[in-house]
Design a protein around this ligand. Structure first.
Ligand code: TXA
Ligand code: MG
Length: 342
């Protein structure tokens, strides 16, 4: 039976109630600066199970826990881990902000194992919007929140997108602003001897280097999706190749699309003579703006393109620099072969 999805405003009494619902184990989606998250209490196994069910997400793909401030994160982390103090310093510089850290869990950590897919580590972040941190303070428990979309599909960057993905499957949605960054946080693993980027995002290796001298470049080597998706063992991010995918197939680096069969996602311009369906990510050619509009553009072309009977979404080339690297990583996953429906 579908449940009624309640819409919360940004008013303090609404945020307080949304926070209370989260603490009680209900599922409430909320804005962050990256994408909207689907929240559930990290202490309540039924809430975590509910998140996996509402998203249709494989159980071996662990979730990110959201906290209102860095102190509450490090209360859960193992202080004897070799990079514990480095992670604390990085937190001081980059939190609140679009950075997720994977840390070893403290023996006394109260996080339920379901929230971390049974791993000895956990992923944590402190989101930037004041509204989100107020909500997390009202909740007063760590909040697990994957992106608020059905598994493998396009992440939502507005509350309307969350509504169209999850209405009737979750308890509530906080109606915040559109997301400023537009793509998911950078994930860095601090649980081993050396830090390592697991997912690219707005915060890049060059941002880390002033604070961690030998910080490594990206080493993103995804493995085959079919090989991993059915396994019981937990996985790290980047291991499901097909992800962030619209219904229409996606084709990359297209210079001149066929208007009769393709919708066009262009980085910064569409020639005046182009008569087909198109979306420009950044008219001024800014990669930051392109990231902000990426999921909105994909979603628009997917819905409109299907209505018009188009066969695919063609994407123009995008500069492989700065946040462009993270945009291209998301697009290459959207373009990857899809697992066969079973
Ligand atoms: O920007 C974001 O990070 C958004 C917003 C809502 O905060 N959240 C998000 O969550 O992107 P999700 O679930 O879509 O991505 C979480 C990623 C997964 O790829 C998962 O494999 C990885 O984090 N992850 C979580 N816990 C981990 C752990 N202990 N070790 C390694 N990877 C982990
Ligand atoms: Mg996601």
């Amino acid at each position: 039976m579908p449940r009624k999805t309640h819409l919360f405003t940004q008013e303090p009494h609404d945020l307080e109630q949304a926070g209370q619902w989260l603490r009680e184990g209900k599922l409430v989606a909320f804005p962050t600066e990256t994408v909207y998250g689907l929240g559930g209490s990290g202490l309540v196994p039924e809430a975590i199970t509910g998140i996996y069910k509402a998203k249709g997400r494989p159980r071996n793909n662990p979730l990110i826990l959201h906290f209102p401030h860095a102190e509450s994160v490090f209360e859960e982390a193992d202080p004897t881990a070799p990079l514990f103090h480095l992670a604390q310093q990085i937190a001081q510089i980059f939190w609140p902000g679009p950075l997720t850290m994977v840390l070893r869990r403290r023996k006394t950590s109260e996080l339920c194992p379901e929230a971390c897919a049974g791993l000895p580590t956990f992923a944590a972040r402190v989101p930037e919007p004041l509204l989100t941190r107020k909500l997390l303070e009202f909740a007063a428990v760590p909040i697990a929140a994957p992106s608020a979309n059905r598994s493998g599909r396009i992440s939502p960057s507005s509350y309307q997108d969350v509504f169209s993905e999850l209405n009737g499957r979750i308890d509530g949605i906080v109606q915040g602003a559109d997301c400023r960054v537009g793509i998911e946080s950078t994930i860095i693993d601090f649980s081993q001897d050396r830090p390592k980027i697991l997912r690219p995002g707005k915060i890049m290796p060059s941002d880390l280097r002033p604070f961690i001298a030998d910080f490594p470049e990206y080493q993103l080597t995804p493995t085959a999706p079919e090989a991993k998706e059915n396994e019981q063992t937990p996985i790290a991010p980047g291991q499901f190749i097909s992800h962030y995918a619209p219904t229409l197939p996606v084709e990359l680096d297209i210079v001149s699309p066929d208007t009769t069969t393709q919708a066009w996602l262009s980085f910064h311009e569409v020639p005046a003579h182009f008569q087909g369906l198109s979306f420009v990510l950044s008219p001024s050619g800014s990669l930051e703006e392109a990231a902000q509009n990426l999921y909105k553009g994909l979603r628009f072309l997917d819905i409109e393109g299907q209505k018009r009977g188009l066969k695919s979404i063609a994407v123009s080339s995008i500069p492989k620099e700065n946040i462009g690297i993270a945009i291209l990583e998301r697009l290459s996953r959207a373009a990857a072969p899809r697992p066969q429906a079973s």
